[in-house]
Design a protein around this ligand. Structure first.
Ligand code: NAD
Ligand code: MG
Length: 402
């Protein structure tokens, strides 16, 4: 008999949350929605509670009482917990088998790490957790026999193109030499691929978040427009697959049909193709090593007119260059870059800075902030201290710009 997997979806009200819950709804015999979390849009979270009747839910601390009352009035028996502590409680709940880490930004790190330490199966969308704490998180996964499966479409594609031995143990990529020469991350190039830097400078928020192929949350959409997203993904890939950054190439592929590739020493390139729909990687990770119907539209190969590949322009997309540089410098630099970028993106969304200022702000933060070197024994407090310092610096820098 196949056991029902009990799932906690952290970040249930977001874009990844939507796609995940659509799959879980279609496979309700195999998966139980045990816990949900939301931060804004609590009306949406309430509707999800009505639809899925989870056992537990997490909201911001200030909303716990009113949300609990609302659920009670609707006749729903749900345990309501609050804040970061509540997220960790859900991530470590003994009833939970699988944690979908779909919170955006640094806010997703503590619960993801807690899930790893509790030995859970983690479906990771929250790339910022790896950018900030890659070594700590991977180490926790190994020590506590957790399982980490990437939801990010590129990393999920690479995972699918790697031999089973490496899928099960990322250090195998070196030890037995399965012939992996390079990884190729594909990037759409975002909405400004065909526009000049000057045009990009004038971009409105609406233009920047309008992605040509994917429908996503605001922060990652802006990151895609600056290609910081690919920079964060480069760092994410280094940690997930235990490779130095020079082993990972980025290629712009505007059609977003090939989601990434593995290059082997015999000259083979293995690629994973599919419609640009996050339901495919999510369904893969949910059911791995089996396969289930994701509900995404199959690719219509006859309708595809051509697949292009372009080398990224690192002057126009300086964030990609900065990510490589930060990865070479070390974890302290990737934490600074991630924090500065979160603050800069929020400032852009608030109309305080231009889209092209984001790279300048990130570069200045990387150059100016003096942070201690992190050694392999760094813990979460050391990481959060650097994150806080970088946010403080970047907020100050933006104040001088507006
Ligand atoms: P989103 O903005 O649509 O949703 C974010 C979720 O996080 C929401 O549920 C929100 O309530 C919650 N949240 C936000 N701030 C929070 C806080 N401080 N504390 C607790 N919860 C908080 O974002 P998304 O597009 O779904 O992206 C989620 C993560 O997945 C990001 O790390 C993103 O980079 C990654 N990702 C997204 C996509 C995509 O297609 N959307 C693809 C690959 C990776
Ligand atoms: Mg991606």
């Amino acid at each position: 008999m196949v056991m029902t997997q009990r799932i906690a979806v952290l970040g249930a009200t977001g874009s990844i949350g939507d796609s995940t819950l659509a799959i879980l709804a279609a496979h309700s015999h195999d998966y139980e929605v045990y816990a949900l979390s939301g931060y804004q849009r609590l009306d949406k979270l309430f509707a999800l509670c009505q639809q899925f009747e989870p056992s537990r839910v997490c909201v911001p601390t200030a909303d716990v009482d009113s949300f609990a009352q609302r659920l009670k009035n609707a006749g729903l028996m749900v345990d309501v917990v609050g804040g970061a502590k509540g997220l960790t409680e859900l991530a470590t709940d003994s009833q939970v088998d699988t944690v979908v880490a779909a919170i955006v930004g640094a806010a997703g790190l503590p619960s993801t790490l807690a899930a790893a330490r509790a030995g859970k199966r983690i479906l990771l969308a929250n790339k910022e957790a790896l950018v900030m704490a890659g070594q700590v998180l991977i180490e926790a996964v190994k020590t506590h026999h957790a399982t980490l499966l990437p939801l990010d479409s590129e990393h999920n594609a690479i995972f699918q193109c790697l031999p089973a031995a490496i899928q099960q143990d990322n250090t195998q990529i070196h030890e037995r030499n399965h012939g992996v020469r390079k990884l190729w991350l594909t990037a759409s190039g975002g909405p400004f691929l065909q526009q000049s830097f000057a045009q990009m400078q004038q971009a409105s928020v609406a233009e920047a978040v309008k992605h040509p192929n994917w429908s996503m949350g605001q922060k990652i959409s802006v990151d895609s427009a600056t290609m910081m997203n690919k920079g964060l993904e480069l760092i994410e890939a280094c940690h997930l697959f235990d490779l130095v950054e020079s082993k990972i190439n980025v290629v712009i592929h505007p059609q977003s049909i090939i989601h990434s590739m593995v290059e082997y020493s015999d000259g083979s390139f293995l690629a994973q193709l599919g419609s640009p729909d996050m339901k495919t990687p999510i369904a893969h990770a949910l059911s791995y090593p089996a396969r289930i119907d994701s509900g995404s539209q199959p690719l219509d190969l006859y309708a595809l007119s051509g697949l292009e590949f372009i080398e990224p322009d690192l002057q126009k997309f300086a964030c990609l260059r900065l990510a490589r540089q930060a990865m070479q410098t070390g974890t302290q630099a990737t934490i600074v870059l991630n924090a500065a970028n979160e603050i800069a993106v929020a400032a852009f969304l608030a109309g305080q800075v231009r889209l092209t200022d984001i790279a300048d702000i990130n570069e200045q933060a990387l150059t100016e902030i003096q942070v201690p070197l992190l050694d392999v024994n760094a813990d979460i407090d050391d990481i959060l201290a650097i994150d806080t310092a970088a946010r403080r610096y970047t907020n100050g820098l933006i104040t001088t710009m507006v």
